[in-house]
Design a protein around this ligand. Sequence first.
Ligand code: FES
Ligand code: FES
Length: 211
Amino acid sequence: MPEKEKKQGTNISRRNFLKGVGTGTVAATVAPSVLIGSEKAADAQVDDAVANATIQLNINGKSYQIEVEARTTLLTVLRDGIDTSGSNIDLTGAKLICDRGECGGCTVMVDGKAVYACMMLAIDAQGKEITTVEGLAEGDDLHPVQDAFIQHDALMCGFCTPGFIVSSAALLNENASPTLEEIKVGLSGNTCRCGTYPFIFDAVKTASRKM
Ligand code: FES
Ligand code: FES
């Protein structure tokens, strides 16, 4: 195939591809007017998939109204979202690391349970209580897990730490006095590349005694 033709062959936008999937298989046998209708329907489908919606989220006890695309993740809203009043949400404690539900760096609590914010659509978080690491402390009083992480020096670079702290708090919500094995299982969805695991496990033990 000539070079130019090859290039044209690969130069397909996502919109045209989706339209093509909807119409290509019937193109040989269906009248042009029907094809135009199918094309419009495919267009509408694509537009629906990226349509904006105004949603209301309850984050750290505060209510936010945010305009999002249907595909926007909770993590994106927390870190980069702008309230309809114009203020940045700016909760950057949850980290974007793998963006595919593997590292736990983006962990937040949704109705008290640990959730990967990179894997949850913002629209699905409506009507739920979202707690980020910023929402764990009460005023100047750190959450017992935060205190224990400091006491046990349970961090090195600190990049994974917010996710571990939120997962630990969620674990202690469900099991106030976990064994070491239960702590390991409870935190198995979080990864620390610096290898601070023994200190983290000690910190969770200490926090469980305080709580
Ligand atoms: S960034 Fe969400 S699990 Fe890694
Ligand atoms: S402290 Fe560096 S990744 Fe965990």
